[in-house]
Design a binder for this molecule. Structure first.
Ligand code: CDP
Ligand code: MG
Length: 682
């Protein structure tokens, strides 16, 4: 390919391929290409039989008869997630209870449940269902239940033996999320206890992409089982030079590929997050209109976790002839989700990662380099149906500095929530045998935070308090459970329920690029001078009072789907609060009590104005500006604020900010002695 951007790396992925096809053999390519497109035309049943996992069906079922734990590794797209649960459905063991399949991501749990329901000619909620936080699509008929690892962990709090389940499949184990890592320990223990108590047995299946997971084998004391892959060779190209603006490099590459490759070679682009993805999608659509290649067309799809549910499935749909499918995704398409027909991958080399700094004690959302394993995994997505090409918008030399594999989340995550959940299970995280032991400093920070929240008696003696036990009942981060538990004392329970519900949903604002001014004007009506939290509360209150919500949301540039979701979340939080016997009161217009109450849980997220107009966070001492999306972005700068999140994008930004009175801090959280010492910066 003639490109000023790319040099061909010799590094062709060498994976076993039964049909080695020469890249230059055009006839073969065409033939294969046709075959690829036919795949979506043939029946689902035929498609299923072509998946590598299909040949291993009997072996898996046989192994499961004699072993309690199986470790299955296979190329992404080989059919592990969608097929294995269906095999299990017919195993004798499944009669003892439901089959649970965990996913680290909610989008994956939902889309895969829908796919499996379709394959079984049923609807979601019948034999196949899913449960993600705040959303349960299962019924008494459900035999296969897809759920996020977080939901299963929460269920363990109510029943440590997980009696509802006969088989638990911990999927995407290579992702090493904290929840999956912890669940490994919990499920092993449940398995053991059920055996001792002569209860029906529990089978555990761990499935993973073919990454280095020897570690699992040793930890579980089982041998891994490999599924023969079917991936084809992928030509890998790196940029000749460092690309300062990878978004631009990606855009140039898209059109170069579009010009030079057959129209039906679909493209998958990896970017880091929603904003980038939407911007690029818009740019491609616009440019494609101007530069259409003959009669051909492009269809751009986006895929990221906050995407509306209906839209998530769109990228799986076939596109018309003479059309190129372009999917722009986050690392969700790395292993969790396989889109058929992809022949070209463009990888920006970055990923957005939430990490926690044990020294500064703050959660930070940051764009970081991917690991080498992730880079190879991303390239591999181009070779599922036929030989493909991967363009990396980074140099070969740059890649040398990438880590070999991503650090397990447990080594870099804030452990407050996990520590509390384990304590509620009667387990002290320090004594729990985990695949990788977390950093001692992270554990002690978690204990300190839990002590400050009143969830444990003291960081030195981590015994869960009755308040801590109540906190563990909410499917929320302990900071937010604390807000609900302290709200009755501040007289603002109704308001806090609404606020926490809205904060648990995705963005409720709609900002169409061509109607920015109108949208800003509409949103200004709800603005609270104190900041984003109270503005959100205003919007939610009006939404609840309105009858014609659809029209109202449209006129006010608000996302009705997310507001309805918030209402649903509120109902569930209300239900839990009622069960816990909390009293319901309202502060009416006196919203100071809401702001005071916020300090009880979010004391770690206080920032103080500095002379130069920036803010200094009291935890970790980071300097940051208020994010442009905040209603407090502008000329008026409150002295002291609480923020929801800190984002690092070259510069530090505080997202969702509300003004508080610094004098309140000492009253509400006496352990934060004095804010004045950071008031003045030298
Ligand atoms: O879990 P694993 O990566 O091994 O594969 P999978 O997720 O079970 O996917 C098996 C096949 O089903 C893939 O080739 C996907 O293209 C296809 N699939 C689909 O067409 N639509 C979905 N919604 C999900 C999977
Ligand atoms: Mg999978």
């Amino acid at each position: 390919m003639d490109s000023k951007y790319f040099i061909s790396g010799k590094s062709t992925i060498t994976v076993p391929s039964k049909r080695k096809i020469k890249l230059n053999d055009l006839t073969d390519q065409k033939c294969l290409y046709l075959q690829t497109k036919q795949l979506s035309g043939c029946s689902i049943e035929e498609e299923r039989k072509k998946l590598p996992v299909f040949n291993c069906r009997d072996r898996i079922l046989k192994e499961l008869e004699t072993n309690d734990t199986l470790l299955i590794m296979g190329e992404t797209g080989s059919g592990k997630t969608t097929q294995i649960p269906q095999f299990l459905l017919y195993s004798a063991h499944a009669r003892n209870g439901v089959i649970a399949v965990t996913q680290p991501r909610r989008v994956a749990a939902i889309t895969i449940a829908k796919r499996v329901a379709q394959e079984l000619s049923t609807t979601v909620g019948d034999i196949v269902g899913y449960t993600v936080r705040f959303e349960d699509m299962t019924s008494h008929k459900t035999r296969i239940r897809f759920l996020t690892d977080g939901v299963l962990l929460r269920e363990a709090i109510c029943d440590r033996l997980l009696r509802k389940y006969s088989i638990i499949m911990l999927d995407e184990a290579h992702e090493r999320t904290v929840n999956t890592d912890v669940l490994l320990g919990i499920v092993k223990e449940a398995q053991h206890k059920r055996c001792i108590q002569k209860l029906p047995g529990l089978k555990l299946i761990i499935t993973s992409a073919t990454m280095d997971i020897d570690h699992f084998g040793k930890y579980l004391n089982v041998r891994g089982m490999y599924l023969e892959g079917r991936t084809h060779s992928v030509r890998v190209l790196n940029t000749k030079e460092h690309q300062a603006d990878y978004m631009h490099a990606v855009l140039v590459t898209v059109f170069e590929v579009h010009r030079t490759t057959p129209i039906n070679h679909d493209i998958l682009i990896f970017l880091t997050g929603k904003e980038e993805i939407e911007v690029l999608a818009q740019q491609i659509r616009q440019l494609a209109k101007i530069n259409s290649v003959g009669s051909s067309d492009v269809r751009v799809f986006t895929l990221y976790s906050q995407l509306a549910q209906g839209k998530q499935l769109e990228c799986f749909l076939p596109v018309p002839l003479n059309t190129r499918k372009i999917v722009i995704a986050t690392n969700i398409a790395e292993t969790s989700i396989t889109i058929p027909g992809i022949r070209c991958v463009i990888d920006c080399g970055f990923v957005k990662e939430k990490s926690y700094s044990p020294t500064s004690g703050l959660d930070i959302l940051q764009t970081v380099r991917i690991s080498k394993a992730q880079a190879w995994q991303r390239s591999g997505r181009a070779g599922r149906d036929a030989p493909g090409t991967c363009y990396r918008t980074y140099t070969k030399e740059e890649m040398l500095s990438f880590e070999n594999s991503a650090e397990p989340e447990i080594l870099r995550a804030n452990l407050t929530s996990t520590t509390l959940q384990l304590l509620a299970l009667g387990i002290n995280i320090q004594d729990f045998n985990l695949l990788d032991s977390p950093n001692v400093k992270c554990i002690s920070n978690a204990y300190t935070t839990l002590e400050n929240l009143g969830a444990i008696k003291s960081a030195k003696l981590p015994n869960i308090t009755s308040l801590g036990r109540l906190m563990s009942q909410f499917p929320l981060d302990p900071k937010y459970s604390k807000l609900l538990l302290s709200a009755p004392t501040f007289g603002c329970m109704e308001e806090m329920l609404s606020l926490v519900a809205v904060l648990s949903t995705e963005n409720i604002y709609v900002n169409p690029p061509d109607k920015m001014e109108l949208a800003t004007l509409a949103h200004a009506k709800f603005k609270s001078k104190y900041g984003d939290h109270l503005t959100l509360l205003n919007i939610y209150k009006c939404f609840e009072k309105t009858e014609k919500t659809k029209l109202w949301c449209h006129d006010n540039f608000l996302n009705i789907r997310n507001l309805i979701y918030a209402r649903n979340v509120r109902c569930q939080l209300l239900e839990i609060s009622t069960k816990l016997g909390l009293s319901f009161n309202s502060c009416g217009e006196n919203l100071d009590s809401v702001r005071k109450c916020l300090i009880t849980g979010l004391f770690g997220n206080i920032a103080v104005l500095q002379k130069d107009g920036e803010y200094l966070t009291i935890t970790g001492r980071h300097r940051a500006k208020i994010h442009p999306s905040s209603v407090l972005h502008g000329s008026y700068k409150p002295k002291c604020v609480i923020f929801a999140e800190m984002v690092l994008t070259g510069r530090n930004f505080l997202r969702q900010v509300v003004e508080i009175n610094s004098e309140w801090v000492e009253d509400v959280v006496p352990f934060i002695k004095d804010l004045s010492y950071i008031n003045i910066e030298k």
